[in-house]
Design a protein around this ligand. Structure first.
Ligand code: HEC
Ligand code: HEC
Length: 446
């Protein structure tokens, strides 16, 4: 076999794996349903309607009420990230509504779905509350799935579900609280960054090549331990899909001479943490100590050591056993990971808790709004090309929300509440306005 042949074969098998992973993600047997069909059939009552509207209207309601986007594939007239799927052991007879990764990891740009871009307008909590009521449940949900639009409590989902399992993932009869916190306000990172990372999650707490780590999402109590083993290969394909995703190019004009001045400012002030870009890119994969970065600490402390210890005794951490490997264990770090900035123009709002709406205000901490809206539609006409971010409304406090419905309140992000602080990352404060606009122009090229 000649060398070129070997390379192209390797490349095309990677390509096939990625395609298989994408198909698996969109398939019906991906995850067990979280809700009954009864709940879905009554959902329109929560919308104040007598009957389920025609598909086009229904999709508009999913978009405006829950921030869910249209699927770029056939999906039974449901938005991206939720699907009609059969309950296990019913031979396909009993269907329900299942969630998949794209509910949080599928965003939209100018009306077009973009799988792999975090969903910055998702209101998962309102959707879960509506479905719970529509199912006739009087009991409230076990914990909050989100507190404000566009951020969610993915960590709490894992902590809650792992509490039902033994280390070999068999189900227990009682639930152990491994430190459930549902106020971490997590912003889903873009999947196209994963290929550069050695460690992942906002604290860098897991090996970025761990397949089992992302299988935590599959812990529905309807699945026994076998399900994890049989799906591991498919999740490896899903990882290949995540690694194949490219960042979207900046859609507006770029002033190249301003950008090249910005490149220098960036290299002098930002590269040591965020790396270099262009022909020979270098990403240093640095975790910055909490007292240096100074951003909100809730996420850092909110996934507890107790959870980490239990995770490290479980099937999830035993991925690459052998003499010289130390597995893909959960790691304790001392801060937050400085992410790569490829395609960063498209991932507003910023920081791990999505507390800063534009890159300009990230680089000028005095300009950060106290209370701002996160009900983005991500239409290009609402993109702020000067500050890099989607347009928003802002206020100094939440007084105007006092008599408003809860769904309305969740559209506003209040940075005075724990978990939502917009402090820290003051590295841009020393730049003058001219240097800032140069750096912003450079960031458009990444
Ligand atoms: C409920 C929303 C939600 C769902 C569903 C979800 N994720 Fe995530 N995901 C997140 C959030 C939020 C983070 C950031 C967590 C953190 O570090 O605080 C994340 C982080 C990740 C990361 C790490 C990215 C990085 O660069 O650090 C990967 C990889 C990932 N998710 C893959 C998946 C896959 C694959 C699925 C489906 C099997 C999935 N996620 C389902 C919300 C979700
Ligand atoms: C000392 C290391 C360090 C320096 C210097 C630094 N950053 Fe950061 N940056 C970080 C860390 C860590 C985060 C993530 C913090 C968090 O989410 O809490 C971050 C986050 C960001 C984000 C948000 C990314 C996202 O997707 O949310 C942007 C944009 C950014 N930095 C740009 C810059 C620019 C531009 C400069 C130079 C002016 C710079 N940074 C200097 C460490 C650094």
């Amino acid at each position: 076999m000649n060398f070129l042949f070997l390379i192209t074969t390797l490349l095309s098998s990677q390509h096939t794996d990625a395609l298989n992973g994408q198909n698996y993600l969109q398939s019906k047997d991906f995850a067990a349903p979280s809700f009954t069909l009864k709940a879905f059939n009554n959902l329109h009552k929560q919308w104040g309607l007598d009957s389920y509207p025609e598909p086009k209207i229904a999709l508009q309601i999913f978009e405006s009420r829950y921030g869910m986007h249209q699927a770029p594939y056939q999906n039974d007239y449901l938005p991206m990230g939720i699907k009609l799927a059969a309950f296990p052991f019913t031979f396909g007879a009993v269907k329900g509504i299942a969630l998949d990764c794209l509910i949080c990891h599928g965003g939209a740009l100018d009306g077009k779905p973009y799988p792999g871009l975090g969903n910055n307008s998702l209101d998962l909590q309102t959707f879960f509350e509506d479905m719970n009521k529509a199912d006739g449940n009087k009991k409230p949900l076990a914990f909050r799935f989100g507190n404000s639009r566009g951020t969610n409590e993915a960590g709490a989902v894992s902590v809650f579900l792992l509490g039902f399992r033994n280390p070999d993932l068999s189900l227990k009869t009682s639930w152990t609280n491994l430190g459930l916190n549902d106020d971490l306000h997590e912003d889903a990172p873009a999947w196209w960054l994963l290929k550069k990372k050695k460690s992942m999650y906002s604290t860098g707490g897991a090996d970025a090549r761990s397949v089992r780590s992302v299988m935590q999402f599959m812990m529905s109590p309807l699945h026994g331990p076998d399900h994890f083993n049989t799906n591991e290969k498919k999740f490896a394909d899903l990882q290949a899909f995540m690694l194949s995703i490219q960042p979207p190019a900046y859609p507006f004009n770029i002033d190249q001479s301003l950008a090249s001045l910005g490149k220098e400012v960036f290299q002098n002030n930002c590269s040591k943490c965020h790396g270099t870009y262009g022909e020979k890119p270098n990403y240093p994969n640095r975790i910055i100590p909490l007292d240096v970065i100074g951003t909100d600490s809730k996420r850092f402390f909110g996934i507890t050591k107790e959870f980490g210890r239990f995770y490290n005794s479980s099937w999830f951490s035993k991925e690459v056993e052998g003499w010289f490997s130390d597995d893909y264990k959960a790691r304790e770090t001392n801060g937050y990971q400085a992410p790569p900035l490829d395609g960063v123009w498209a991932t507003a709002p910023y920081l791990h808790n999505g507390s800063v709406p534009t890159i300009y205000s990230l680089l000028n901490s005095k300009a950060r709004p106290k209370v701002f809206t996160r009900d983005f539609q991500n239409k290009f006409e609402n993109y702020n090309q000067k500050e890099l971010g989607w347009n928003f409304q802002s206020k100094n406090n939440t007084e105007h929300l006092q008599n408003k419905e809860i769904t309305e309140q969740r559209k506003w992000y209040d940075t005075s509440t724990p978990g939502r602080l917009n402090t820290g990352h003051t590295f841009g404060d020393d730049l003058n306005e001219q240097e800032r606009s140069q750096v912003l122009e450079y960031l458009k090229t990444l």
